[in-house]
Design a protein around this ligand. Structure first.
Ligand SMILES: *[C@@H]1O[C@H](CO)[C@@H](O)[C@H](O)[C@H]1NC(C)=O
Ligand SMILES: *[C@@H]1O[C@H](CO)[C@@H](O)[C@H](O)[C@H]1NC(C)=O
Ligand SMILES: *[C@@H]1O[C@H](CO)[C@@H](O)[C@H](O)[C@H]1NC(C)=O
Ligand SMILES: *[C@@H]1O[C@H](CO)[C@@H](O)[C@H](O)[C@H]1NC(C)=O
Ligand SMILES: *[C@@H]1O[C@H](CO)[C@@H](O)[C@H](O)[C@H]1NC(C)=O
Ligand SMILES: *[C@@H]1O[C@H](CO)[C@@H](O)[C@H](O)[C@H]1NC(C)=O
Ligand SMILES: *[C@@H]1O[C@H](CO)[C@@H](O)[C@H](O)[C@H]1NC(C)=O
Ligand SMILES: *[C@@H]1O[C@H](CO)[C@@H](O)[C@H](O)[C@H]1NC(C)=O
Ligand SMILES: *[C@@H]1O[C@H](CO)[C@@H](O)[C@H](O)[C@H]1NC(C)=O
Ligand SMILES: *[C@@H]1O[C@H](CO)[C@@H](O)[C@H](O)[C@H]1NC(C)=O
Ligand SMILES: *[C@@H]1O[C@H](CO)[C@@H](O)[C@H](O)[C@H]1NC(C)=O
Ligand SMILES: *[C@@H]1O[C@H](CO)[C@@H](O)[C@H](O)[C@H]1NC(C)=O
Length: 492
């Protein structure tokens, strides 16, 4: 793009050749005039180049970083070097240790300036702000030998991919309070490519680590940054309270980046995810709460979660998921103003016998599917168990799920709710739905073992499993067929 103007010079050369040079040179006056002109033009061009050069290489002074804590440091104060090659692990550790001393005095802020700051995993501390300037990139070391091994999460009983210990996260925190990660849209980059490759080649002995994982902590704010190329799940708050995630961009390749979920609220309560853009290689957001007998024993639900104004692309999985690990229960989740585009599935609830727990009081409002294969999915036979020690009679409860304002276009299957005799889906509500479909097929709104209602008219027309109400919520027709099955998996 930048180069086009340079080629113009050739045109001038060509037009010059049209002039009759000998006639001009015949008079000395003309020669002098010509020399003057040449001189002036050269001077002019030279000056312009100098100014252009200055403009081109002009370094805008970096935007001043706001002071958000009483004590402020730069990573360079601790010997950090942002050349993309030098390891900054020690600098981060020293910085965090210093900030830890100011906890009682309002805490400390660590500024990461423009540059590429390579590091192995490091831990955060309470009352800390990590501020990533514009063009600041924290790069995760991709040598797994540098990554801390940690015991499996208690509510999972095993690493998600291998039994036994798991890799920790690049940026990690445990038992903390008052943590802020923010900036002028600086980046934390997990350099996941090496991890994805090793995972595919089965060269890893332990479960890959998330990019950012904060455990058993409270009062967490993550805003105005970009998280990309996580080895595994990207942002994993585990057993945390009071978390706000806003203005965060999360990126990973949409194919070939296995398990790069965007945000995984896991046994968390009182959480807001707002104004985010997520395009990743697995679920955009997946709300969880532990796995089978381990999750049931840990017993911490994910609840009171608000997701608003989020745009997601997920070619492999779904925009917003609940489960499949939901054994501690999931309740009171609202998903509002969600756009899922060019994706495999829009929103999905996934579970299985053995999980136990519940998913209830889930509200989807103003959700748009643009070019999505399957819009709304509830799947009750997901399997995937950590070990054989689960109780197959531990059946999850799915109920009180409402969909209001579901729009879209280019959708193949708008709804596929596959409850079962063991795990029926109860009290589902549909209201104000209009989804443009790519195929005209009869049973496109697919249901099995679903009890619930449709208020007003919706498009495409609903399955017979649901009761029909008019716009004023007056019963028109009771379904006598809640349990019939018209799930058609051949039609993907
Ligand atoms: C951090 O770096 C900025 C820009 O280089 C500088 O203005 C500021 O004084 C430094 N702050 C500290 C605490 O060293
Ligand atoms: C971070 O904290 C965890 C949990 O205490 C610990 O296992 C790990 O070694 C710490 N990592 C570093 C780099 O200090
Ligand atoms: C955090 O607290 C849990 C339990 O309260 C404890 O098991 C764990 O060791 C603590 N971790 C750290 C790093 O202090
Ligand atoms: C932040 O950076 C990402 C990645 O470079 C970019 O896609 C996004 O638009 C930026 N967001 C803002 C608000 O500038
Ligand atoms: C939630 O955390 C924010 C900081 O992230 C804090 O300002 C607020 O007081 C906390 N709310 C509660 C109820 O603790
Ligand atoms: C995010 O950045 C915008 C400006 O781009 C600013 O107005 C807003 O306060 C920031 N939000 C947070 C929570 O840091
Ligand atoms: C919605 O989120 C995007 C970031 O994905 C942001 O740019 C936009 O301002 C937000 N819209 C509203 C209405 O808050
Ligand atoms: C449900 O969650 C929202 C936050 O998303 C919270 O404001 C509300 O109080 C919760 N409702 C109940 C009944 O706990
Ligand atoms: C519905 O969500 C879309 C984003 O998908 C947003 O642009 C629109 O403003 C929302 N509508 C209302 C009424 O909030
Ligand atoms: C059905 O679910 C809705 C929320 O979607 C809730 O308001 C209502 O109380 C539930 N009905 C029953 C009978 O539990
Ligand atoms: C629907 O779920 C039932 C049991 O939960 C399962 O046996 C069946 O295979 C599922 N249907 C399809 C088409 O996958
Ligand atoms: C549908 O199946 C559920 C659970 O298996 C059962 O409780 C319910 O009575 C059945 N409904 C009808 C109308 O047969």
């Amino acid at each position: 793009m930048v180069e086009t103007p340079r080629f113009r010079r050739n045109h001038h050369h060509r037009s010059d050749s049209k002039w009759s040079i000998p006639v001009f040179l015949s008079s000395q006056k003309t020669l002098w005039t010509l020399l003057w002109i040449v001189g002036f033009v050269s001077l002019f061009i030279w000056q312009r180049n100098v100014i252009d050069g200055l403009l081109l290489f002009r370094k805008l002074p970096p935007k001043p970083i706001p002071k958000l804590r009483p004590f402020v440091f730069n990573l360079t104060d601790f010997g950090g070097i942002g050349d993309g090659k030098t390891m900054n692990t020690k600098a981060f550790e020293k910085a965090v240790a210093s900030i830890a001393k100011f906890g009682k005095k309002g805490g400390g802020q660590l500024n990461i300036q423009a540059g590429n700051w390579l590091t192995a995993p490091f831990n955060l501390t309470s009352h800390m702000t990590l501020f990533l300037a514009e063009d600041a990139v924290i790069l995760g070391a991709d040598d797994e030998n540098l990554w801390t091994l940690m015991p499996p999460l208690p509510s999972y009983g095993a690493g998600r991919e291998h039994p036994g210990p798991r890799y920790g996260s690049l940026i990690h925190g445990q038992n903390l309070t008052d943590i802020i990660i923010t900036g002028y849209n600086g980046t934390i980059d997990g350099q996941g490519n090496a991890w994805w490759k090793k995972f595919r080649q089965k060269l890893l002995k332990h479960t890959r680590g998330p990019l950012v994982q904060i455990m058993r902590s409270s009062n967490i704010q993550i805003s105005n940054i970009t998280l990309q190329n996580s080895p595994f799940w990207t942002l994993h708050p585990y057993d945390c309270k009071n978390i706000t995630i806003t203005g965060v961009t999360i990126l990973a390749p949409i194919f070939g980046a296995p398990n790069t979920d965007g945000i995984n609220p896991d046994s968390c309560e009182n959480m807001v995810i707002e104004d985010c853009y997520i395009s990743v290689g697995d679920d955009g957001i997946a709300i969880k709460s532990g796995w089978n007998q381990y999750g049931i024993a840990y017993g911490r639900p994910s609840k009171d979660i608000f997701i608003r104004n989020v745009s997601i692309r997920s070619m492999v999985s779904a925009g917003v998921s609940i489960g499949s690990e939901m054994s501690g229960g999931v309740s009171n989740v609202t998903v509002e103003n969600l756009l899922v585009w060019s994706s495999r599935r829009g929103v999905r609830i996934k579970t299985s016998p053995g999980r136990g727990g519940y998913v209830r009081r889930i509200t989807y409002r103003n959700v748009t599917f643009d070019n999505v294969r399957v819009g709304i999915v509830i799947k009750t036979d997901y399997s995937e168990h950590p070990d054989e020690g689960y109780n197959p009679k531990a059946l999850p409860i799915l109920q009180d799920i409402s969909f209001t304002g579901i729009y879209g276009q280019g959708v193949r299957v708008p709804v596929r709710i596959n409850g079962s005799e063991e795990i029926p889906v109860r009290n589902v509500t549909f209201q104000d739905m209009s989804v443009g479909i790519t195929y005209k097929k009869k049973h496109i709104f697919q249901c099995a073992f679903v009890q619930g209602r449709v208020i007003g008219s919706i498009f495409p027309s609903p399955c017979e499993n649901l009761d029909r109400y008019d716009e004023q919520a007056r019963l028109i027709k009771h379904s006598i067929n809640q349990n019939i099955t018209n799930i058609d998996y051949d039609f993907r």
